[in-house]
Design a protein around this ligand. Structure first.
Ligand code: PLP
Length: 450
């Protein structure tokens, strides 16, 4: 069949991102052919509810005419031009101004990239350039967190705290160090959550003092760690991090590649947590995933130094690609017209969290948690003691496969099951998602007991 021919070509020639090649050779690939709204269709005609919005990005769902038309119009008008050497084009200039109006605090300046990883590489170069221009070139160290995900480029993977990624390629790069994450269920569930959050935040202070504050350039974190397993920090964590950054004049960088553009019920999660970052990274939802685009928002203080510091030798051919910028502009306009962010905050977010929490009575579930349209549940071997499965059980992967059989994309991070559905999901589709998740949990339980 057509599908099998495609799978053969793919297995012979295509090296996939984040894929175990042997598993792919044995089992073949899933072929996704079409999308509409929150649904995907595979090559066998199965309809699948996309509980991950692609990779946390298709916030407006598949098949949005406004975005398709914006791309089409821009392709005809000016399919490509660059922003190097004192040049601009209308989509980039307009989008920078639109974003400056949406962002919290004094994040009034935008540097465009093609992806979230490129944003984080840009941040590393920007903050070091900033301190060098200020006569403090020794301020080079960037502190991030274990289990963070900041992308796959050398700097992104180094800032990230994924040990298997560090193991491949001799990472992290020098002057990039990590502290622990505020993962209460995984690492502190016998302690009071608030005290645990404060203790994890204070690791930052201890790290800064151990390194010497005069060596530390910046701290970077995701408001809610996404790929690490939707880790919602306890109250008190972020205010304490901000206090410590201010005390030692360490720049605060928020990686909102997942959290930005309404995912948490706010345009940016920094607003929700009351943060005033010096820099903020965004990508994914900026175009609803329809075009590759990222942006680093820069506060007045850092921007002034960059502007007055001569040429910043940095940029990408696709920095602020005009088609991507036009789609982002259309995406933001749709979100404003349809009040997508307000709906996540006041209606569909709380509804999803209520329905998701109902899975907490399932014998496999040790905890449910979430914020906006992000949610996670922890699979446990014993609900009474919250004991986890031995890692070689692979409970998460078993559950993920049962979700697929039910027509639901849900992701497994170890034994943490996570969702991040399109922001336009309806109440009925939330019900469908939760019912499919429950059936998958039942099937996982019977698979594990056989
Ligand atoms: N930062 C965060 C928080 C992410 O979740 C991701 C991707 O999942 C990235 C950065 C990397 O973005 P990209 O894959 O567009 O390079």
């Amino acid at each position: 069949s057509n599908k099998e021919a495609l799978q053969r070509l793919d297995a012979a020639h295509h090296l996939h991102p984040f894929t175990d090649g042997r598993a792919l050779q044995q089992k073949g690939t899933r072929v996704i052919e079409r999308g509409e709204g929150v649904y995907l269709w595979d090559a066998d005609g199965n309809r699948i509810l996309d509980g991950m919005a692609g990779l946390w990005c298709v916030n407006l769902g598949y098949g949005r005419q406004e975005l398709i038309e914006a791309a089409d119009a821009q392709l005809r008008q000016l399919p490509y031009y660059n922003l190097f050497f004192q040049t601009t084009h209308p989509p980039a200039a307009r989008l920078a101004a639109t974003l400056a109006g949406l962002l919290p605090g004094d994040l009034h300046h935008l540097f465009f990239t093609g992806s979230g990883s490129e944003c984080n590489d840009t941040v590393v170069r920007m903050v070091r350039h900033f301190w060098a221009e200020r006569g403090r070139p020794e301020r080079r160290v960037i502190i991030s967190r274990n289990n963070a995900y900041h992308g796959s480029t050398l700097a992104g993977a180094s800032l990230g705290g994924m040990k298997p990624m560090h193991g491949q390629g001799g990472l992290p790069l020098p002057d990039m160090v990590h502290i622990d994450q505020p993962y209460h269920f995984g690492e502190g569930r016998d302690t009071d959550p608030h005290a645990f959050g404060l203790e994890r935040a204070r690791q930052l202070e201890r790290k800064i003092l151990a390194l010497g504050p005069e060596r530390v350039a910046a701290f970077i974190g995701e408001p809610v760690q996404g790929a690490g397993g939707v880790i919602i920090p306890p109250d008190g964590y972020w205010p304490e991090i901000q206090r410590i950054c201010q005390k030692y004049d360490v720049l605060l960088v928020m990686d909102e590649v997942i959290c930005g553009f309404g995912r948490t019920g706010h345009w940016f999660a920094s607003e929700y947590y009351g943060l005033a970052p010096d820099l903020l990274c965004m990508a994914k939802g900026i175009t609803s995933g329809y075009q590759p685009l990222g942006a680093v928002a820069v506060g007045d203080r850092v921007a002034e130094t960059l502007i007055n510091g001569g040429e910043f030798f940095h940029g990408f051919t696709y920095s602020g690609h005009p088609v991507a910028c036009a789609v982002a502009q259309a995406c933001i306009e749709v979100m404003q017209r349809e009040q997508v962010v307000e709906r996540v905050r006041d209606d569909i977010g709380p509804y999803l969290q209520r329905r998701w929490a109902s899975l907490g009575d399932h014998p496999l579930v040790g905890e449910t948690r979430g914020l906006g349209l992000l949610a996670a549940l922890e699979l446990v071997a014993d609900q009474a003691t919250l004991q986890r499965f031995p890692t070689d059980t692979g409970a998460g992967l078993i559950c993920r496969e049962h979700c697929f059989e039910q027509g639901l994309v849900m992701r497994a991070v170890g034994d943490t099951m996570i969702i991040s559905p399109p922001l336009v999901i309806t109440h009925e589709q939330v019900d469908e998602l939760v019912e499919k998740a429950r059936r998958a949990l039942d099937l996982t339980l019977s698979t594990l007991s056989n």
